[in-house]
Design a protein around this ligand. Structure first.
Ligand code: 28F
Length: 647
């Protein structure tokens, strides 16, 4: 039953309107975790951004207060305060208390709100224990207040002003959110992105929770061109391309509203082998791509191939460059705007509006061919880079075929270092990958040679994250791994050909060992992912210590520092025992290595999950370009973190 309320029947109806939001917040903001908490800020900021896109707002200020309340202020026209014609209460109140109010009211605008995130300010109001709205408009300052979506102070004129704008302060409800603590970096990155996407818009972020308040200001006159430069900051740019390419275009004035749109794209190639193309629709990041991205990619591939043919860079006998070849080393930002974007896909992050494919294709084809004609030197560099990528691709294909051919010759082609097992049934056999010849020697002596094979690796394996595929495949170490395992890689990969169903990474319990393990996991993640999915990849767990009581011949093996501490506590006087620390597998005699680490009846092995491998790969790619010190430090702190399932 609705509580008695001072504001009349009309507002009771409206107030009831927000109850569903408090009952099922997840339906409106995705979750009540930290993501949902930050969503409240995006929701409010999006309204200011819409006002900026409409051409009326140039500044947005976001402040995090010491109690984690948030103020967003803009210098737009101010939310209208006059009585709403149907509802007979101030429009400001309607916007803040009616679900979905203030959606697509203006068909000429390209709105952020009302798109993917557009649940409206009223949702923020419903999920805030308190919210204060202030509007400067028509010469006055107007204020009104709410608690948990219910009006607590009706709109009042509180002063005079010549300026205009909207300010909202809200206190997220701790009855709703798991945590109400805002993360500065999350706010920073998203607001910076918004500033990149809205040329000239000034966004300020201030954190008052710090003793000395921190402020960051984002304003980019170059828009997405600055965005691309920013993404390429640490990269080596392709010669002549220090100024990113910029292409823009839009539909004619007489285009019907359901076909209207604007397209902007900026491109810059670097000398790396990876591609980073970010796409947005009405400032919403389209993680799953969609029509605009398809149009862009098709245009890019066709335009560069056409140019290369017509200018004699590609000869008649040459085959076309592929999209992947052309996008190797490409950093690009694609931003489209359209009146009523349709989003689809798993996470509603894919643009489905199909006319945007044609429009983007047309604008990019035209703009890019003009650029290439006007910049022949840059065109040559872009072609050269793509052509190298194509050569790399063909070399990788050959290298993969070579691994397959060798595989057919069976044991004759097996790497010389491999000490194979005698049983041929892969479901019973195990391959131990060990670091170095000395550990390899111990393992060979320790093993059960009927079902256990040993492959010693000399030195570190190549970081496959850093090199093109054909280079990875020409490394002896990697080739010996691939041939020993038998599956091949890439399109030739075939898990049925696996020669062992347990591949065990057995490295020393030190920093180098952890590094080698991460590099191996990266290799498996990149080149043999189905082996991880199948649960074929393991990590051995050699003991770290042996604690020997005085006078005893056999001690106890301990696998962690905690275990050592607990065991040592059993002996009050340290002189009654000795502790041996194993720095490497080589320090154990074969007998010890067998009982502690390799004996299927005794050992603990950890099965690698896809998340473990992903974490390893991410660690490797994030560490690229950082100093050796940092890298070692990271491995030391995280080596133990990478969690594995016990089997
Ligand atoms: C701190 C958050 O929400 N800024 C906003 C405007 C401006 C207008 C508007 C907003 C009118 C009828 C809904 C003004 N004058 N910042 C903000 N600035 N909303 S939200 O209009 C809302 C619609 O129904 C505005 C003329 N037209 C629009």
């Amino acid at each position: 039953m609705a509580k008695k309320n001072d504001y009349g029947a009309d507002s009771i109806k409206i107030l009831e309107g927000l109850d569903p939001v408090r009952k099922r917040p997840g339906m409106y903001i995705g979750s009540t975790s930290s993501t949902g908490l930050h969503h409240l800020v995006w929701e409010i900021v999006d309204n200011s951004v819409d006002e900026a896109m409409a051409g009326f707002c140039t500044k947005i200020k976001v402040t995090v207060h010491p109690d984690n309340s948030i103020t967003v202020e803009d210098n737009g026209r101010g939310i209208p305060v006059a009585k709403h014609p149907q509802r007979k209460i101030p429009t400001l109140e309607v916007v803040l208390t009616v679900l979905h109010a203030g959606g697509k009211f203006d068909n000429d605008a390209y709105k952020v709100s009302g798109g993917l995130h557009g649940v409206g300010v009223s949702v923020v109001n419903a999920l805030s224990k308190r919210l204060v709205a202030r509007v400067k408009r028509d010469g006055g300052i107007y204020e009104m207040e709410f608690q948990r979506g219910k009006t607590t102070k009706k709109m009042q004129k509180v002063g005079e002003t010549k300026t205009t704008g909207t300010t909202v302060t809200f206190w997220p409800d701790d009855m709703i959110f798991e945590s109400t603590v805002y993360d500065y970096d999350t706010l920073h990155d998203r607001l910076q992105e918004t500033a990149f996407l809205n040329k000239g818009l000034k966004i300020t972020l201030t954190d008052e929770r710090e003793l000395v308040p921190r402020t960051d200001e984002f304003c980019y006159q170059g828009g997405i061109v600055d965005f691309v430069k920013f993404l390429n900051t640490e990269k080596e740019i392709l010669p002549g391309l220090s100024r990113p390419i910029y292409i823009e275009g839009k539909t004619d004035a007489d285009t019907p509203v359901n076909r209207k749109g604007e397209v902007e794209v900026s491109l810059q190639w670097n000398t790396s082998y990876s591609e980073q193309v970010l796409s947005f629709a009405n400032d919403i990041y389209t993680d799953e791509g969609g029509m605009h991205l398809e149009g862009f990619r098709t245009a890019l591939t066709k335009t560069i191939n056409d140019y290369a043919r017509s200018h004699g860079l590609l000869k008649e006998k040459d085959s076309n460059l592929t999209g992947d070849d052309i996008r190797e080393g490409l950093t690009a930002v694609l931003s489209v705007k359209l009146p009523d974007p349709q989003f689809e896909g798993q996470t509603k992050a894919k643009l489905g509006s199909s006319y945007m494919r044609t429009l983007t294709n047309k604008i990019v084809s035209q703009g890019l061919s003009d650029y290439l004609e006007e910049h022949p030197n840059q065109a040559k560099e872009i072609f050269k880079k793509a052509n190298q990528a194509a050569k790399g691709r063909l070399a990788a294909q050959k290298a993969r075929q070579a691994t397959r051919r060798k595989g057919l010759l069976e044991s004759a082609a097996l790497p010389g270092k491999l000490a194979d097992c005698s049983v041929r049934d892969a479901s019973l056999t195990e391959l131990f990958i060990v670091e170095g010849d000395s550990a390899g020697g111990s393992a060979k002596m320790a093993r059960d040679r009927s079902i256990q094979a040993v492959l010693p690796l000399r030195g570190k394996i190549l970081n496959v994250e850093r090199v093109q595929e054909h280079r990875a495949l020409s490394s002896d170490t990697i080739m010996s791994l691939i041939t020993a395992i038998g599956t091949g890689v890439g399109p030739e990969f075939n898990i049925e050909k696996a020669r062992y169903h347990k591949i065990v990474i057995m490295t020393d319990a030190d920093v180098d060992g952890a590094h080698i393990r991460i590099l191996l996991l990266t290799f498996f993640y990149r080149y043999m992912r189905p082996m991880i999915d199948a649960g074929y990849i393991y990590v051995a767990q050699p003991p770290l210590y042996q604690l020997k009581p005085k006078g005893k011949k056999h001690g106890k093996y301990l696998f962690t520092d905690e275990e050592l501490e607990i065991e040592a506590r059993k002996y009050s006087d340290p002189s009654r025992y000795t502790v041996q620390r194993y720095k490497g597998l080589g320090e154990m005699d074969p007998e010890q290595l067998w009982t502690t680490t390799m004996d299927p009846k005794n050992r603990i092995m950890l099965r690698v999950s896809i998340e473990d491998a992903m974490a390893a790969e991410l660690a490797v790619s994030n560490l690229m370009g950082t100093t050796v010190e940092k890298r070692k430090d990271f491995i030391q702190t995280h080596a133990k973190d990478v969690r594995f399932l016990d089997i």
